[in-house]
Design a protein around this ligand. Structure first.
Ligand code: PRP
Length: 181
Protein backbone atom coordinates (compact mmCIF):
# COMPACT_ATOMS: atom_id res chain seq x y z
CA UNK A 1 0.00 0.00 0.00
CA UNK A 2 1.47 3.37 -0.93
CA UNK A 3 1.35 5.99 1.81
CA UNK A 4 0.21 9.57 1.18
CA UNK A 5 3.27 11.89 1.22
CA UNK A 6 1.67 14.07 3.94
CA UNK A 7 1.62 11.08 6.31
CA UNK A 8 4.35 10.59 8.89
CA UNK A 9 3.40 6.92 9.20
CA UNK A 10 0.45 4.57 9.03
CA UNK A 11 -1.08 4.00 12.46
CA UNK A 12 -3.79 1.49 11.49
CA UNK A 13 -3.81 -0.50 8.26
CA UNK A 14 -6.89 -1.42 6.24
CA UNK A 15 -6.58 -4.96 7.52
CA UNK A 16 -6.39 -3.91 11.18
CA UNK A 17 -9.38 -1.60 10.73
CA UNK A 18 -11.49 -4.23 9.01
CA UNK A 19 -10.78 -6.93 11.60
CA UNK A 20 -11.45 -4.75 14.61
CA UNK A 21 -14.56 -3.09 13.14
CA UNK A 22 -15.99 -6.54 12.43
CA UNK A 23 -15.23 -7.73 15.97
CA UNK A 24 -16.89 -4.69 17.57
CA UNK A 25 -19.90 -4.82 15.25
CA UNK A 26 -20.53 -8.44 16.20
CA UNK A 27 -20.44 -7.48 19.91
CA UNK A 28 -22.94 -4.68 19.32
CA UNK A 29 -25.13 -7.00 17.27
CA UNK A 30 -25.34 -9.45 20.16
CA UNK A 31 -26.37 -6.75 22.64
CA UNK A 32 -29.39 -5.60 20.60
CA UNK A 33 -30.92 -8.99 19.85
CA UNK A 34 -34.67 -8.61 19.22
CA UNK A 35 -34.43 -4.81 19.10
CA UNK A 36 -34.43 -2.41 16.20
CA UNK A 37 -32.02 0.38 17.10
CA UNK A 38 -31.55 3.65 15.31
CA UNK A 39 -27.94 3.80 14.14
CA UNK A 40 -26.95 7.44 14.23
CA UNK A 41 -23.87 8.43 12.25
CA UNK A 42 -22.21 11.72 13.07
CA UNK A 43 -21.11 13.42 9.86
CA UNK A 44 -18.70 13.63 8.34
CA UNK A 45 -15.85 11.87 10.11
CA UNK A 46 -17.76 8.65 10.79
CA UNK A 47 -18.89 7.91 7.21
CA UNK A 48 -16.39 5.21 6.31
CA UNK A 49 -16.43 3.56 9.73
CA UNK A 50 -20.25 3.73 9.68
CA UNK A 51 -20.50 2.11 6.24
CA UNK A 52 -18.18 -0.72 7.25
CA UNK A 53 -19.74 -1.17 10.71
CA UNK A 54 -23.37 -1.50 9.60
CA UNK A 55 -22.51 -4.15 7.02
CA UNK A 56 -21.46 -6.52 9.81
CA UNK A 57 -24.80 -6.15 11.65
CA UNK A 58 -27.47 -8.77 11.23
CA UNK A 59 -30.13 -7.15 13.45
CA UNK A 60 -32.76 -4.90 11.86
CA UNK A 61 -31.52 -1.31 12.00
CA UNK A 62 -32.67 2.10 10.85
CA UNK A 63 -30.06 4.59 9.69
CA UNK A 64 -29.97 8.29 10.39
CA UNK A 65 -27.41 11.07 10.53
CA UNK A 66 -26.57 14.30 12.28
CA UNK A 67 -23.93 16.85 11.43
CA UNK A 68 -22.52 18.72 14.39
CA UNK A 69 -19.37 20.67 14.80
CA UNK A 70 -17.16 21.17 17.77
CA UNK A 71 -14.06 22.22 15.89
CA UNK A 72 -13.28 25.15 13.61
CA UNK A 73 -11.01 24.51 10.66
CA UNK A 74 -7.95 23.99 12.82
CA UNK A 75 -6.94 21.45 15.45
CA UNK A 76 -8.34 23.22 18.54
CA UNK A 77 -11.84 22.73 19.96
CA UNK A 78 -14.03 25.84 19.70
CA UNK A 79 -16.19 25.07 22.76
CA UNK A 80 -19.68 25.28 21.22
CA UNK A 81 -21.77 22.44 19.79
CA UNK A 82 -23.46 23.52 16.62
CA UNK A 83 -26.16 21.31 15.02
CA UNK A 84 -25.70 21.70 11.27
CA UNK A 85 -28.02 18.85 10.26
CA UNK A 86 -30.54 17.27 12.58
CA UNK A 87 -32.04 13.76 12.60
CA UNK A 88 -34.89 12.92 10.23
CA UNK A 89 -36.39 10.47 12.74
CA UNK A 90 -38.03 11.04 16.10
CA UNK A 91 -35.86 9.38 18.75
CA UNK A 92 -38.56 9.20 21.46
CA UNK A 93 -38.78 5.63 22.75
CA UNK A 94 -35.92 4.46 20.52
CA UNK A 95 -32.69 2.68 21.30
CA UNK A 96 -30.01 4.84 19.72
CA UNK A 97 -26.47 3.79 18.81
CA UNK A 98 -24.26 6.79 18.08
CA UNK A 99 -21.45 5.98 15.65
CA UNK A 100 -18.46 8.32 15.90
CA UNK A 101 -15.01 8.36 14.40
CA UNK A 102 -13.21 9.83 17.40
CA UNK A 103 -13.78 10.97 20.97
CA UNK A 104 -11.38 13.74 21.84
CA UNK A 105 -12.41 16.18 24.60
CA UNK A 106 -15.78 14.39 24.79
CA UNK A 107 -17.66 17.66 24.28
CA UNK A 108 -19.61 16.51 21.21
CA UNK A 109 -20.82 13.23 22.64
CA UNK A 110 -21.51 14.48 26.15
CA UNK A 111 -23.79 17.14 24.66
CA UNK A 112 -25.35 14.85 22.08
CA UNK A 113 -26.16 12.16 24.63
CA UNK A 114 -27.90 14.71 26.87
CA UNK A 115 -29.84 16.07 23.90
CA UNK A 116 -31.06 12.64 22.76
CA UNK A 117 -32.22 11.72 26.28
CA UNK A 118 -34.01 15.10 26.51
CA UNK A 119 -35.81 14.15 23.31
CA UNK A 120 -37.01 10.93 24.93
CA UNK A 121 -34.59 8.27 23.66
CA UNK A 122 -34.96 4.98 25.54
CA UNK A 123 -31.24 4.27 25.50
CA UNK A 124 -28.21 5.99 23.99
CA UNK A 125 -25.00 4.04 23.49
CA UNK A 126 -21.80 5.08 21.80
CA UNK A 127 -19.57 3.15 19.46
CA UNK A 128 -16.38 4.91 18.42
CA UNK A 129 -13.59 3.99 16.11
CA UNK A 130 -10.92 5.91 18.02
CA UNK A 131 -10.64 7.08 21.60
CA UNK A 132 -8.12 9.69 22.74
CA UNK A 133 -8.66 9.11 26.47
CA UNK A 134 -5.86 11.45 27.58
CA UNK A 135 -7.65 14.41 25.94
CA UNK A 136 -10.95 13.90 27.82
CA UNK A 137 -12.43 17.02 29.45
CA UNK A 138 -16.11 16.02 29.55
CA UNK A 139 -17.61 13.07 31.36
CA UNK A 140 -18.43 10.64 28.58
CA UNK A 141 -17.15 7.17 27.75
CA UNK A 142 -17.73 4.95 24.74
CA UNK A 143 -19.73 1.76 25.23
CA UNK A 144 -17.64 0.21 22.47
CA UNK A 145 -14.27 1.47 21.31
CA UNK A 146 -12.24 0.01 18.45
CA UNK A 147 -8.85 1.57 19.23
CA UNK A 148 -7.33 3.63 22.04
CA UNK A 149 -4.85 6.05 20.52
CA UNK A 150 -2.24 8.53 21.70
CA UNK A 151 -2.67 12.25 21.15
CA UNK A 152 -1.52 12.27 17.51
CA UNK A 153 -3.06 14.16 14.58
CA UNK A 154 -4.77 11.33 12.72
CA UNK A 155 -6.23 11.39 9.23
CA UNK A 156 -7.86 8.96 6.82
CA UNK A 157 -10.73 6.43 7.00
CA UNK A 158 -13.10 9.42 7.30
CA UNK A 159 -10.92 11.75 9.36
CA UNK A 160 -9.72 14.98 7.85
CA UNK A 161 -7.47 17.96 8.15
CA UNK A 162 -9.13 20.94 6.44
CA UNK A 163 -11.45 18.50 4.59
CA UNK A 164 -8.50 16.65 3.07
CA UNK A 165 -7.49 12.98 3.43
CA UNK A 166 -10.92 11.52 4.42
CA UNK A 167 -10.72 9.03 1.54
CA UNK A 168 -7.47 7.36 2.58
CA UNK A 169 -8.27 3.72 3.37
CA UNK A 170 -5.98 3.62 6.43
CA UNK A 171 -5.48 5.80 9.52
CA UNK A 172 -2.27 7.78 9.23
CA UNK A 173 -0.45 10.33 11.35
CA UNK A 174 -0.27 13.72 9.65
CA UNK A 175 3.18 15.28 9.32
CA UNK A 176 3.57 18.26 11.65
CA UNK A 177 4.93 20.31 8.76
CA UNK A 178 1.48 20.12 7.06
CA UNK A 179 -0.47 21.79 9.88
CA UNK A 180 2.29 23.97 11.28
CA UNK A 181 3.08 25.79 8.05
C1 PRP B 1 -14.75 15.50 15.26
C2 PRP B 1 -15.24 14.09 15.53
C3 PRP B 1 -16.16 14.26 16.69
C4 PRP B 1 -15.55 15.41 17.45
C5 PRP B 1 -14.75 14.88 18.59
O1 PRP B 1 -15.64 16.09 14.39
O2 PRP B 1 -15.89 13.53 14.42
O3 PRP B 1 -17.47 14.58 16.27
O4 PRP B 1 -14.73 16.13 16.52
O5 PRP B 1 -14.22 15.91 19.37
P1 PRP B 1 -14.68 16.20 20.88
O6 PRP B 1 -14.70 14.88 21.60
O7 PRP B 1 -13.59 17.12 21.38
O8 PRP B 1 -16.01 16.85 20.85
P2 PRP B 1 -15.34 17.42 13.56
O9 PRP B 1 -15.98 18.58 14.26
O10 PRP B 1 -13.88 17.50 13.26
O11 PRP B 1 -16.19 17.22 12.22
P3 PRP B 1 -16.08 16.11 11.07
O12 PRP B 1 -16.56 14.81 11.68
O13 PRP B 1 -17.01 16.61 10.01
O14 PRP B 1 -14.65 16.04 10.61
Amino acid sequence: MSMHPDCERIMLTEEQLKNRVRQVALEVDKEYENKKPLVLGILKGSIIFYADFIRFLSMPVELDFMAVSSYGSGAVSSGKLNIKKDLDRNVAGRDVIIVEDIIDSGFTLANLKTLLYERGALSVKIVTLLNKAERREYDVAPDWNCFDIENEFVIGYGLDYNEQYRHLPYIGILKRSVYEK
